[in-house]
Design a protein around this ligand. Structure first.
Ligand SMILES: [Zn+2]
Length: 288
């Protein structure tokens, strides 16, 4: 066999191994993550297309769409149906983003990327976790990939902007929950006015975290401290988050409600949840 044939064989075997790769059992699950949710227009060209609790956000533009978060692997058909219900096609997704490389937000990335050919862009600090299916995550990793790995097409840093069809998002690096957790700021417009929307990744400290440093994440304490300070200063008109429960979505909006961006206005509950996370941080820091 010549060298080229041998290399091709090696590649084929590597590829088959990857496809046959077994995924590790998920460390946790929650019924509300898999339950369905009526999709709706949040404000301007921003739509909620996620599950009952897993926030997946669609920015629909004339040049194609941006999808932030996919939920679980099995959430993908739900997102597709939600998009169809709003009059959009999954095939038109051009850019994939996430707020954090945990399986409940990115497990459908590989599937959607394959279906659409969209470019995956990720906070550079979460790139490794995404590439190994979450196996390098300091908290959930170590037992093999939890989701199908995705190779990012572009790495993003704090304050980088992502643009498509007249919509521009700004990435805010909010590390701690994962190394590359991030939020996004986007300005959207409707017939009446424009709104600056924060898609927030709330810095939840997972049980058992050592703020003095985890083996796979030595600077975790410093990162949480940075994020808590930084999130207090973010200015916005409306806010949503990685989990619907974090911004009380189901109380702010009931199924069937008419378009009403104001339902997501105000920051008092946002300030409260950041304060709660800060209290958790201080308590943990005192104990350790
Ligand atoms: Zn998470």
């Amino acid at each position: 066999m010549n060298k080229i044939v041998i290399s091709l064989l090696i590649l084929a075997v590597a590829h088959t191994t990857l496809i046959a790769q077994k995924l590790a059992p998920l460390p946790m699950n929650n019924k509300e993550w898999s339950d369905s949710c009526q999709p709706f227009r949040i404000a301007g060209n921003l739509y909620y297309v996620g599950t009952y609790d897993l926030g997946c956000y669609l920015l629909a533009t004339p040049k194609g769409h941006i999808l932030i978060n996919t939920g679980l692997a099995e959430s993908v058909p739900m997102i597709k149906k939600n998009m169809q219900q709003l009059g959009f096609n999954m095939a038109d997704i051009k850019i994939l983003l996430t707020t954090q490389a945990h399986f409940d937000h990115v497990a459908g990335m590989a599937d959607i990327k394959k279906q659409t050919g969209a470019k995956m862009m990720v906070d550079e600090k979460d790139a490794k976790a995404l590439e190994d299916g979450g196996n390098s995550d300091y908290y959930m990793g170590g037992k093999g990939p939890l989701y199908l790995p995705v190779k990012p097409d572009k790495l993003l840093k704090d304050h980088d902007t992502i643009g498509l069809g007249g919509t521009k998002l700004e990435l805010l690096h909010h590390p701690g929950h994962t190394k590359g957790s991030c939020s996004y700021l986007v300005t959207v417009k409707d017939e009446k006015r424009s709104y600056t929307v924060l898609i927030a990744n709330i810095p939840t400290i997972l049980g058992g975290t050592k703020l003095s440093g985890m083996p796979g994440y030595p600077e975790i304490g410093k990162d949480f401290a940075y994020t808590l300070e930084s999130m207090k200063k973010v200015q916005f008109d409306l806010w949503v988050a990685s989990h619907a429960s974090q911004f009380d979505m189901h109380n702010k909006r009931k199924a069937g409600d008419a378009y009403n961006p104001e339902a997501f206005a105000g920051r008092s509950d946002y300030d409260t949840i950041i304060k709660e996370r800060e209290t958790d941080y201080k308590k943990l820091k005192d104990q350790q």
